[in-house]
Design a protein around this ligand. Structure first.
Ligand SMILES: CSCCC(=O)C(=O)COP(=O)(O)O
Ligand SMILES: [Mg+2]
Length: 220
């Protein structure tokens, strides 16, 4: 029986376009000024210590490559903080998402996020979502510190951190390789195949067009 639901963000709860056309450009355009203003603050300096070479150059290269590396993800989270605070950003959620997350939480299912976006970035998106503050629904915000999303070991680390049995966790993602890794760690899986995002079904995992359709797997 499924008692825990772990969900991806981009392409699963949230439009890929929001991440690539709102979040990433916001961080890219604010990067240089952010480093000039905050680069010597302890939290930012500690992140920059893990960036090889000239930080601005390397971070721009990582942004251009959409690299899922922890220092870039941590900095993006700090930069987005300002955008959410002043109302320039609001976390996009597909219309089916908040309804089902609230219903799953109300019936006692345990909820957590696993995204390449940093824990702070995840919290911000759900705290400032278009459907209101959903941050309190989640018990865990797992990020690249657990490892890469296409490696089975990352999912095993999540079970240990969350204190949950793998077979009781349903992982929701649009990316088949992430689902393959979760299944190898013993998780149940479901591919979100969202027409608006142009997701291609892999045929390797149970599929759902939206979160309402995921309920079918919970009842099974
Ligand atoms: C608040 S999530 C920002 C999305 C992000 O930075 C990213 O790299 C997308 O990663 P995902 O693992 O959600 O596909
Ligand atoms: Mg995704």
């Amino acid at each position: 029986m499924i008692t825990h639901i772990l969900t991806d963000i981009e392409g699963t709860t949230t439009a890929i376009a929001f991440v690539h056309r709102s979040l990433f450009p916001y961080a890219a355009s604010a990067l240089e000024e952010f480093l000039a203003r905050h680069g010597e603050e302890p939290e930012v300096a500690a992140i920059l210590a893990d960036v090889p070479g000239d930080p601005l150059t390397t971070l721009r290269e990582w942004m251009a490559a959409d690299a899922k590396v922890t220092p870039l993800k941590a900095l993006q989270g700090l930069i987005w903080n300002q955008g959410y605070a002043d109302g320039a950003l609001r976390g996009h959620l597909w219309p089916d998402v908040a309804v089902e997350l609230r219903a799953w939480h109300a019936r006692g299912l345990h909820l957590a996020i696993y995204s390449s976006g940093s824990e702070q970035a995840q919290r911000l998106l759900f705290r400032h979502s278009e459907a209101g503050d959903l941050e309190p629904l989640f018990e865990g915000f797992f990020d690249t510190r657990m490892g890469a999303k296409r490696e089975a070991q990352s999912y095993t680390r999540i079970t240990e951190a969350w204190g949950a049995e793998p077979a009781r966790i349903l992982f929701l993602s649009d990316v088949a390789e992430e689902l393959d890794a979760a299944r190898a760690a013993g998780f149940a899986t479901c591919q979100l195949v969202r027409a608006e995002d142009g997701t291609k079904p892999s045929g390797r995992h149970p599929e759902a067009a939206d979160f309402k359709a995921v309920n079918r797997l919970l009842a099974a």
